[in-house]
Design a binder for this molecule. Structure first.
Ligand code: WT7
Length: 649
């Protein structure tokens, strides 16, 4: 690690960068020593209806955790993304939409986006959706998805986007948890030529909720075009209700601390949490990180290949780039359809300058060698980004060579749903890179490393990653459960925000993220709690007990290894294994489908009945010769049986 190869800032990047290393150091210093002054200044990048006079009002003290920024200012997020650009940019393209099938495409200008957002916002008001109401969005990667987020923001409704890969059950519990008045979905979704029946899933989710269903209406976008069941009085066609509305809609005046959105994410225990972000600080953070981290300049063509169902899509497909008036590519498909050349072809087609994607996609393409980039002109690229999980140096180098022609900095951006935007990252014109390191903190971010006992460690160190002070993009609470917010993030280490990640810091002060230290899995950059998958497994009638752990996986980063004990009288078989895998796929999502399922008569437990996951993790990783102390197990012979029958050899 300390001898990692250093990649200096390329001269052509340095020549026209927004921030050199000297500027980074000076700005960082001001941002942490005089946060009020720094943010009072940078807070002005957003258009305020009422300018703020207060800047930072935050505390990480357990029992009194609060996060308020710019709290007497008022603004509207959709105004910042649309209205304020119209005088100059009405005809500029906001999105080049690239459909799942090559050749299916559409350019959407700022004016067109504005018009459609206003129409949907008006339609929602007509349906009785008001400021503060919740709206669930369950859509493919199509322009209507962006329109839906912005239309909510325009009328002050709080959007909760549910990834289109989630099951009816997962959708239903999220609709119920935040008491959504309205659901916006489409007939079907197509990804990699495979259809997902979003409207059917929505029908099932709402039927399953029965009397507990809070949603009065479902707005349906006609996209793929196959038939759907239409519930008169409840369901409405998107195109029909929009056609009745004017292309102007007064934006709601929102306080800086009024909620903008909820996004559900998995934790180490219990059901997914509704991470709540508010308006002012989030918009400042989204726009500022988007500009500086990608060294974004007017006229750049920018492509974040994430999905709007995750926070990366919220901040770096919608709010950040639009706040900066950028032109983005919006991609419906997957990197491997119709072939592994797709990403390179789309870069070539739109002459993309900035490409932001995930290590799992890079590794999947890398498995095919240079085929992924052969024949495409990638000379437009100048900045590459990576997000979602640690990027291994081999994948980093391949990305750097094949896409970047060894001439484009890679920004390895570390952040979380909870952080709202990027916290630890190189800046293209300022930071010499080390493959596999997210390098240094963004402005205003104070990372630190603590031991398991909570002692801060200075200098070269390894331990748990915490953040010592608030930044404007931070989540404000868990929707409806502030106590859970305090307990989850501020009770492990007093007075600090605990990230759940492990990290090392090297002699240059660079951070190296080493993965989650809690029971959260990161499968292809998607976050899942082991507890969620376990509770789904034990709901299957063949299963008595289950334990889920992650193990190293070449493409996905982490794979899902499941240990299951059958109920009395149940004989494990290949068919049953397959049925269990399908069950999880159907109940949660294909992302959660186990890679490996090992049947076992029993699980290793302590005498007090706690499953010893530490041991299961070792077995799953094929490191069974390093099990450590197993003397506290109720029945140590269980371990021998598990090792004999392990499946990841
Ligand atoms: C977890 C957050 C960041 C938006 C998408 C994921 C892991 C994320 C990196 C990175 C190493 C990373 C962490 C983090 N992670 N980016 N560049 N290097 N690890 O958001 O679903 O909330 O997951 O993703 O473990 O805690 P998320």
């Amino acid at each position: 690690m300390s001898h990692a190869q250093l990649y200096p800032v390329p001269e052509h990047i340095k020549a026209k960068t927004l921030v050199t290393n000297e500027q980074y150091l000076a700005m960082y210093e001001e941002s942490v020593s005089q946060p009020d002054q720094f943010w009072a200044n940078h807070g002005k990048r957003i258009s305020w209806f009422t300018p703020f006079t207060k800047v930072k009002d935050t505390s990480f003290d357990l029992g009194n955790v609060h996060v308020n920024w710019f709290s007497d200012g008022s603004l509207n997020a959709s105004y910042n993304c649309l209205d304020r650009h119209l005088p100059e940019k009405a005809k500029d393209v906001a999105y080049y939409w690239e459909g799942d099938e090559p050749g299916v495409q559409k350019a959407v200008t700022y004016q067109e986006l504005y018009d459609e957002v206003c129409q949907l916002a008006n339609a929602m008001r007509t349906l009785g959706v008001n400021k503060g109401d919740r709206v669930t969005i369950y859509l493919p990667m199509i322009p209507a998805a962006v329109v839906s987020l912005l239309a909510c923001a325009r009328i002050g409704a709080i959007h909760s986007v549910v990834f289109a890969g989630f099951s009816p059950d997962a959708l239903g519990s999220r609709i119920q948890d935040c008491d959504s008045k309205l659901v916006i979905t489409s007939d079907q979704a197509a990804r990699g030529s495979r259809l997902t029946y979003l409207k059917d899933n929505t029908d099932q989710a709402l039927a399953h909720l029965g009397d507990a269903n809070p949603a009065k209406h479902v707005i349906v976008v006609k996209h793929v075009g196959e038939n759907i069941d239409f519930h008169q009085g409840r369901d409405l066609w998107y195109h029909e209700i929009l056609a009745k509305e004017p292309k102007h809609c007064e934006p709601e005046v929102m306080n800086a601390e009024d909620p903008l959105f909820i996004l559900y994410t998995s934790g180490s225990t219990g059901k997914p949490k509704g991470v709540l972000h508010t308006t002012g600080g989030y918009m400042v953070w989204a726009s500022m990180t988007h500009q500086y981290v990608f060294d974004y300049k007017e006229g750049d063509i920018y492509w974040c290949a994430a999905d709007i169902g995750w926070v990366t899509g919220h901040t770096y497909i919608v709010y950040g780039p639009l706040a900066n008036g950028a032109t983005s590519v919006l991609f419906e498909g997957v990197p491997t359809y119709p072939s592994v050349k797709r990403i390179a072809q789309v870069v070539d087609k739109y002459k993309v300058n900035i490409l932001y994607t995930a290590p799992t996609a890079i590794r999947a393409l890398m498995a095919h060698g240079t085929v992924a980039v052969d024949g495409a002109d990638l000379s437009s690229l100048s900045i590459l980004g990576s997000v979602g999980e640690p990027i291994n140096p081999e994948a980093w180098s391949w990305y750097h060579q094949s896409y970047g022609k060894d001439n484009c900095p890679i920004v390895d951006t570390w952040w979380q749903t909870e952080t709202g935007g990027i916290l630890i990252t190189p800046l293209p014109g300022a930071t010499a890179l080390k493959p596999g390191s997210a390098t240094r903190p963004f402005f205003g971010v104070k990372p630190a490393i603590v031991t398991n006992e909570g002692e801060l460690v200075e200098g070269v160190a390894e331990g748990n990653l915490v953040i010592l002070d608030s930044w404007p993009g931070q989540m404000r609470t868990v929707f409806g459960d502030h106590e859970r917010f305090e307990q989850t993030y501020f009770s492990t280490y007093k007075g600090m925000y605990f990230t759940g990640d492990g990290a090392k810091r090297d002699e240059d002060g660079y951070y190296w993220l080493t993965g989650r230290v809690d029971d959260v899995l990161n499968i292809s950059g998607h976050r899942l709690g082991t507890a969620e998958i376990e509770s789904c497994l034990v709901a299957h009638d063949a299963i008595a007990e289950a334990a889920v752990v992650g193990y190293p996986h070449d493409i996905k980063g982490q794979g899902i290894y499941v240990f299951v004990a059958p109920r009395v009288g149940v004989e494990p078989s290949d068919e049953l294994t397959k049925a269990v895998r399908d069950w999880v796929r159907r109940e949660i999502s294909p992302i959660a489908a186990p890679d490996i399922i090992q049947w076992t008569p029993s699980l290793p437990k302590t005498r007090s009945g706690k499953i010893m996951r530490r041991i299961l993790r070792k077995i799953a990783a094929n490191e069974y010769d390093q099990l450590g102390d197993i003397s506290t197990l109720a029945d140590p012979s269980v371990v021998e049986h598990l090792i004999q029958n392990r499946l990841n050899r």
